[in-house]
Design a protein around this ligand. Structure first.
Ligand code: 5RP
Ligand code: CA
Ligand code: ZN
Length: 226
């Protein structure tokens, strides 16, 4: 199963990952960002419906120079004290948030259309793949309509969010450690899509659906065999 997920991810297909009953209890659609297309964006906007984010490994984030949003807030608190009051120190399902900055590629128009967001995501993945980190500010503007997420160093060994699970999949697949994730919402209940409904969706669409535990276990084995 995990082998199928790694292959699907490597081939640019959508993979569905449920984190854990003891965490968000959410399933994200996950894609390797270097394979992002406008069609993928339309599918995740309609069929997932959550916030479209781009997880990046800690190493790539450092090369781009992007911090956690909380670090930016801490640094600006003296001038804007409300940023200190807004500290996300009470997230109910994890110790800290993965949020970083938001960006658009400079060749986008508003940045929000499916083609604009796909462009921002794919161009960022290609910039990282080609190690053109010095072109980040030249080619992208902030704030934008694509939310970047900084994976914790050591990813799933240290934090077990969809951010880190996306990067673990990328590492096992040997792809650029830049991904796309978006939570699957339920139009009927206004809540997160239940795993029963996700399983049905996966079967209908021929997609791989697996648990975070499977990704984490596979990553431990991958590291042991290195
Ligand atoms: C951004 C989120 C999502 O939950 C996303 O899955 C990434 O976060 P995490 O790593 O905490 O799971 O908060 O929409
Ligand atoms: Ca989250
Ligand atoms: Zn999540």
């Amino acid at each position: 199963m995990i082998e199928d997920a790694i292959k699907a991810f490597k081939d640019g297909k959508i993979v569905l990952i449920f984190d854990n009953d003891n965490r968000e209890r959410e399933t994200d659609m996950i894609i390797a960002a270097e394979h992002m297309t406008t069609e993928h964006m339309t599918t995740i906007r309609n069929d997932a419906g959550g916030l479209v984010c781009v997880p990046l490994s800690a190493e790539v984030s450092d090369k781009l120079g992007i911090p956690f949003m909380t670090d930016i807030m801490d640094a600006a608190t003296e001038e804007y004290p409300v940023l200190g009051e807004l500290s996300p120190n009470d997230i109910p399902y994890d110790e800290k948030s993965a949020f970083s900055i938001t960006v658009n590629h400079r060749k986008t128009f508003t940045g929000i259309t499916d083609s604009d967001r796909a462009c921002t995501i794919k161009e960022l993945a290609l910039l990282c793949k080609n190690e053109e980190f010095d072109k980040f500010g030249k080619n992208f503007r902030a704030p934008g309509h694509v939310t970047l997420l900084r994976a914790t160093e050591g990813h799933v060994l240290k934090r077990q969010g969809h951010t880190e699970m996306s990067i673990a999949l990328a590492e096992m697949a040997g792809t650029t450690p830049v991904a796309v994730c978006c939570e699957m919402m339920d139009d009927e209940t206004g809540g997160s899509m239940t795993t029963d409904k996700v399983a049905k969706y996966a079967e209908e669409k021929g997609l791989i659906f697996l648990s975070g535990d499977e990704v984490i276990k596979a990553y431990h084995e991958f590291k042991e065999n290195q």
